[in-house]
Design a protein around this ligand. Structure first.
Ligand SMILES: NC(=O)c1ccc[n+]([C@@H]2O[C@H](COP(=O)([O-])OP(=O)(O)OC[C@H]3O[C@@H](n4cnc5c(N)ncnc54)[C@H](O)[C@@H]3O)[C@@H](O)[C@H]2O)c1
Length: 333
């Protein structure tokens, strides 16, 4: 049995379907901040436990062999709005659950970290490997980095800890997000016929499609422990400059969907994040390669929009900060 915390989220809902396709038994533990619609197509095939990772009931670990820990506040604005909750969920709860898992003899813990760890004050704009020095300062990336370090300390021959630093994810998911760079641009192209690019769009982002990101977790579930224990892997397709992402989306939507879009360059309101990563280690050690290109993935999102699956672009549920802010204001931390 695999326990997926955050299994109803953008990545989680795609991942759980893939794990089911591979014959795995799944238990989802989620606070369901974004509702349960994302898991409706397989909800009768999985165990579902509703709850908060900060008050995790021990019995949820019964029969579990592997934990994939995706639950969390999953971007900078949300983490900055509520740094306390962010630290509790992304760092403290993940470590607490990992400790409990180790005590219970659970074999493997796979943690959802982020390539945003590579973006820090004074970081040089070079392609970063997993061994490069990092010094994240922002609440989100810092919470992930602290969790990584504490989790690695727990690893031993019987408790395998694997860290996946994903690039910014893109693509269609049953729990859609439009606050991620590629998805935002596709949404803006359809809804405003304009793609906004900050400054000259020279900044870099490592990107990965959500299906491929999910496959990386599947590979880590199945990999030999000797290969992956205590290891950190960057998970990305490649590094892209934001201006090129915009042009690719503009061209794809024009060619395949007849959507004419203009690109507008706008002034940045704050510091722009820029970082590049190497995916050599995942390729060599995991034999994992993300294959889904931006045009392929954009076509998929666009088809869902064209089919009418998504039209309420202003719905705050697609934007983590807009959705979580009132929840925090109502419920506190
Ligand atoms: N999406 C990306 O671009 C990206 C990139 C790098 C890393 N990540 C990491 O991957 C993971 C999944 O990201 P996502 O895009 O699917 O995010 P998401 O916001 O769509 O999903 C997060 C899920 O976790 C659940 N959750 C949040 N707080 C919880 C709590 N306290 N207790 C129980 N459940 C809780 C939510 O209800 C939601 O279902 C996150 O840890 C995120 O930081 C995401």
């Amino acid at each position: 049995m695999i326990l997926v915390t955050g299994g109803a989220g953008y990545v989680g809902s795609v991942l759980v379907q893939k794990l089911l396709d591979r014959g795995q038994q799944i238990r989802i533990f989620d606070r369901f901040y974004f509702g349960e619609k994302s898991i409706s197509s397989f909800s009768n095939k999985v165990d579902i436990v509703r709850g908060d990772v900060r008050s995790f009931p021990e019995n949820v670990l019964g029969e579990v062999e592997t934990i994939i820990y995706l639950a969390g506040l999953s971007n900078d604005p949300t983490a900055e709005f509520n740094p306390e909750a962010n630290y509790q969920i992304n760092t403290e709860a993940s470590v607490k659950i990992a400790k409990l898992a180790k005590e219970k003899g659970i074999k493997r813990f796979i943690f959802a970290s982020s390539c945003s760890i590579y973006d820090f004050l004074n970081s040089k704009d070079s392609v970063k490997t997993e061994d490069d020095f990092v010094d994240p300062v922002l609440p989100y990336s810092l919470s992930k980095y602290k969790a990584e370090n504490k989790l690695k300390e727990l690893a031993d021959d019987n408790f395998c800890v694997v860290i996946l630093r994903k690039g910014t994810v893109f693509g269609y998911s049953p729990r859609m997000r439009f606050d991620l760079v590629v998805n935002t641009m596709v949404k803006d192209a359809f809804s405003k016929k304009t793609i906004n690019v900050v400054d000259e769009g020279l900044h870099w982002r490592p990107l990965v499609d959500v299906e491929n990101a999910a496959e990386a977790y599947c590979v880590c579930v199945e990999a030999n422990s000797d290969l992956v224990n205590r290891q950190v892997f960057n998970i990305s397709l490649d590094n892209f400059q934001v201006k090129d992402i915009a042009t690719t989306i503009q061209t794809t939507l024009d060619k395949n969907f007849g959507v004419k879009t203009k690109i507008e360059f706008i002034k940045a309101s704050g510091k722009i994040r820029s970082y590049r990563v190497s995916n050599d280690k995942a390729r060599k050690v995991l034999k994992f390669e993300a294959k889904m290109s931006i045009p392929q993935s954009v076509e998929k999102i666009a088809s869902h929009i064209k089919n009418g699956d998504i039209s309420d672009f202003q719905n705050p549920i697609y934007y983590n900060i807009d959705w979580m802010k009132p929840i925090f204001e109502r419920e506190g931390v």
